[in-house]
Design a protein around this ligand. Structure first.
Ligand code: ATP
Ligand code: PRP
Ligand code: NIO
Length: 496
């Protein structure tokens, strides 16, 4: 035995930048571009996903604020470079990486915009090396935050006007996910979080009750509730530690009666058992005791399906605490958004559109710089679908817009008397921020407004109708020409 103090081992390279939050292949490809001196060529990438998660009818875009912060601060620190040196990268390449900043232009949907499969959420236009190296982080941010915002929005659709609290931190996939997942849940309509750090960082309202541990610590509910009431004015008592209806609820009522006006008996929380039955019985007991305004909180592995079911059973629940199933996107753990090159500067300084071919027509990328419009019918204020056009097209100037399915082109309709709302906004221009970041409350209101524009058939939980995402004729023609070009090239090659 020695008396030597045991120390926590030092991290070899302190985590002082996010520039290495990327895949090694990005560093390697960038090295190729730099070595070949094509790293400064303009490249245009788009972020989009191919399938809306949870079989929902729409997704809620989230992640833009973190993307902006990441790009704004993007630089390799001395420690990053030291690590890369040890990993075998050459000095001249490291010198180049050390000078790398993000100088590109970002056009993006706003956070809280409703987004659908196969439409560009974000467009990154930058020197090739810069645009390449940021892919991983951008997808990491957008994939997770959009996934959680979409899940939260589904839950909110079911809950309606009642209160929803985010309880997921303890079950989240580590700390970053808890924090940014909480933010995504809030912007999509949640009312509060139990995570204090999210409250501190983002100004999200914080709320909380207490755990079974407090009852166990005092070893009886009466003492525990009394001690809580002596310390806090607002009281929500957890009533299911021993026997909800025979012990928890009566004890909560007894303590509330003893403390009278000295506390605000806000609620009781149910965390196990049959939540429909228990909430109905507890409601009767509270009402009979004169606590008609005391709310019933419920938690325990809730999600939109369970909540819908509980409501159908007439559960008397006023506040829904949702953790695990929201923060981990339990039923679909990944969104699958991709980052695809759609245009690149050639050796003559001319931009050429690029395409990725697939045997599955839905997976063939749509080349060229594009804009996305929501086509809103002026007579009823509802959306007819989204319209993807080439950069220089102005659908608003057309009297009659043809909208057709991007794969099954015979499915078409003509729209007149419409407003074409452009969904992309310039966020960064040559590396400079040109967009005022909205508050989270504004984003929440924006989500509500956007949902108003959507017909109910796209918003239902089960088997929602497929929202139309259409290509303009020119966008379609451009895609066909590029496919034709590639097919000719492959043919020539195969013929030797
Ligand atoms: N009336 C109800 N209808 C549908 N689902 C319900 C109802 N009441 C509770 N649930 C849900 O059933 C799931 C499982 O509950 P279960 O009975 O296994 O847990 P529990 O009562 O918490 O058990 P434990 O005491 O072991 O924690 C939870 O997701 C819960 O939200
Ligand atoms: O069920 P979720 O949707 O994930 O919500 C969060 C859960 O975390 C707590 O349980 P836990 O068993 O961790 O602690 P407790 O002792 O407070 O019940 C709480 O009681 C909820 O059940
Ligand atoms: O405040 C609560 O009731 C709470 C917080 C985190 C997790 N479960 C419950």
């Amino acid at each position: 035995m020695t008396n030597e103090t045991i120390r926590i081992p030092e991290i070899p390279y302190a985590d002082d930048s996010l520039a290495l939050h990327t895949d090694k292949y990005q560093i390697n490809m960038t090295q190729v571009y730099w070595k070949d001196q094509i790293h400064e060529r303009q490249a245009v990438f788009e972020v989009y996903f191919r399938k809306i998660p949870f079989q929902n009818g729409y997704a809620v875009f989230a992640g833009l604020e973190r993307v902006i912060r990441y790009l704004h601060e993007f630089r390799f620190s001395d420690r990053d470079l030291a690590f890369l040196r040890e990993d075998g990268y050459s000095e001249d390449y490291l010198e180049y990486l050390g000078s790398l900043r993000f100088t590109g232009t970002i056009r993006s949907m706003k956070e809280g915009e409703l987004v659908f499969a196969n439409e560009p959420i974000m467009r990154i236009e930058a020197p090739l090396a810069e645009a390449q190296i940021i892919e991983t982080a951008i997808l990491n941010i957008v994939n997770y935050q959009t996934l959680i915002a979409t899940k939260a929005s589904r839950i909110k659709q079911v809950v309606g006007q009642e209160t929803t609290m985010e309880f997921g931190t303890r079950r989240a996939q580590e700390m970053d996910a808890a924090i940014w997942g909480t933010r995504a849940a809030y912007l999509a309509g949640f009312d509060a979080t139990s995570n204090m750090r999210a409250g501190k960082l983002f100004g999200i309202p914080t709320a909380g009750t207490h755990a079974h541990a407090m009852i166990q610590a005092y070893r009886d509910e009466y003492t525990a509730f009394k001690k809580y009431a002596q310390t806090h004015t607002d009281c929500v008592f957890l009533v299911d530690t021993y026997d909800t209806l025979r012990s928890g609820v009566p004890t909560a009522i007894q303590v509330a009666q003893e403390f009278g006006d000295r506390i605000h008996f806000k609620g009781i929380r149910l965390d196990s058992g049959d939540l429909a039955y228990l909430s109905k019985e507890a409601r009767k007991m509270l009402d009979q005791a004169g606590f008609a305004d005391t709310k019933i909180y419920a938690s325990n592995d809730l999600d939109e399906q369970t909540i819908l079911n509980l409501k159908a059973q007439g559960a008397k629940i006023d506040v829904w605490g949702v953790g695990t199933k929201l923060i981990t996107a339990y039923d679909q753990p990944a969104l699958g958004a991709v980052y695809k090159l759609i245009s690149i500067e050639d050796e003559n300084g001319k931009m050429v559109d690029t395409i990725k071919i697939s045997s599955n027509p839905e997976k063939i990328s749509t080349p060229g710089r594009k804009r996305v419009f929501r086509i809103i019918n002026k007579t009823n204020g509802k959306s007819e679908g989204d319209y993807i056009a080439l950069e220089d097209e102005e659908p608003q100037t057309q009297d009659c817009l043809k909208m057709f399915h991007p794969v099954h082109t015979y499915i078409a309709k003509f729209v007149t008397d419409f407003e074409a709302k452009e969904l992309h906004h310039t966020i960064l221009e040559h590396g400079e921020l040109v967009y005022q970041l909205p508050s989270l409350q504004d984003i929440q209101a924006f989500v509500r407004e956007n949902l108003e524009v959507l017909w109910d058939e796209y918003k239902r939980l089960l088997n929602p109708a497929e929202y139309p995402v259409n290509l303009s004729q020119r966008c379609w023609d451009n895609k066909m020409e590029r496919i034709d070009e590639i097919q000719q090239k492959v043919k020539r090659r195969s013929q030797g």
